[in-house]
Design a protein around this ligand. Structure first.
Ligand code: CIZ
Length: 322
């Protein structure tokens, strides 16, 4: 059979025989047919980014999800991000390509642990990183991303103790930057934890003119904080490399972001601080799964309305500041 005309909708077998460019065209066709907007996180693979209407960090994607007029929001990212989209725009059908695309960092704190921590610090203000479940957000006062963490912390009265969950490295960075009284939970992102100072040092020796951009979730942060040229969120990194006069960049964050940087700046060189810094949850989403998700309208993400009402409090406080 001519592969260009092979049927795609062959049911449970979930095979297709299309080349990547044909599959991308099919995804775009289906998105139009379904009235779907495709939102893709900066860490998603290049093929998914190629079919997306919007590529961005969780904050940007949340803003687009809230404003979306399409019937379907195809959220190419991880579960907590799709949950936020579903809470911000509950009338829409929010889909995720792979239901198992979770977040190891988000799993490092659960609601009863927040309640216990608050009981031990009754005057504490709880700030959660966006990498948390809706159930955890519902226990918190403020939400933040790495793009707006400093602003969120600085919006809290200076005399208040702050309890920050779940990322130890982002929390430590925010504490150093704001000089606030912040107790930090000991969670970490396994993808960022494999970025080791020795490897970064070797890369910097080999590329002395390269700019070293580091994400605040990096486990190497405590040792390298003073050495990084910039400590930036993913969105800030994407913007920075467009305008920086440097030609070579060492990028210390999840490797999926390199495809966006390379596509935007074909004349520049981007080196991952670690080839191993790949998030296996983000990688569960593939172009094929995006296609099947649109074809079958699975997997729908919903949040119980009573829970969403509570979880939206810290999210809306963050969005009001952003
Ligand atoms: O907020 C996000 O999307 C994450 C997880 C990281 C970043 O810096 O953008």
């Amino acid at each position: 059979m001519d592969t260009a005309t092979a049927p795609l909708t062959n049911g449970n077998g979930r095979h297709h025989t299309l080349a990547p460019e044909q599959l991308k065209a099919e995804v775009r066709r289906l998105a139009r047919e379904r009235d779907a907007v495709i939102l893709a996180h900066n860490y998603q693979e290049g093929d998914i980014q190629d079919v997306a209407d919007v590529i961005g960090d969780s904050l940007n994607l949340a803003k687009h999800a809230r404003a979306a007029s399409a019937k379907v929001i195809m959220f190419c990212g991880v579960h907590f991000m799709a949950e936020t989209a579903a809470m911000l725009n509950p009338a829409k059908l929010v889909l995720i390509p792979d239901l198992q695309a979770g977040c190891s960092l988000a799993d490092m704190v659960v609601p009863h642990q927040i309640r216990q921590w608050k009981a031990a610090h009754p005057a504490g203000v709880v700030v959660c990183y966006v990498n948390t479940s809706a159930a955890v957000k519902a226990e918190c006062d403020y939400c933040c991303t790495s793009a707006n963490g400093i602003k969120v912390i600085e919006s809290i009265p200076a005399d208040r103790e702050i309890l920050f969950v779940p990322d130890y490295y982002l929390g430590t960075y925010l504490k150093a930057k704001t000089k606030r009284n912040i107790q930090v939970w000991k969670g970490y992102c396994p993808a960022h934890a494999v970025i080791l100072p020795e490897k970064v040092d070797a890369l910097r020796d080999a590329h002395p003119d390269a700019e070293f951009l580091m994400h605040p979730e990096c486990g190497c942060l405590t040792k390298q904080m003073d050495l990084a040229d910039q400590i930036l969120s993913t969105e800030a990194m994407v913007k920075h490399v467009r305008t920086s006069p440097a030609h070579t960049f060492i990028i210390a964050t999840e490797t999926g972001i390199l495809s966006r940087m390379q596509k935007d700046n074909p004349q520049k060189t981007f080196l991952p601080a670690s080839e191993q810094a790949a998030c296996h949850h983000m990688q569960r989403n593939t172009l094929e799964k995006v296609f099947w998700s649109l074809a079958t309208l699975q997997h729908r993400i919903t949040v119980d309305p009573a829970l969403a009402k509570r979880a939206l409090v810290p999210i809306e406080r963050m969005m009001a500041l952003s």
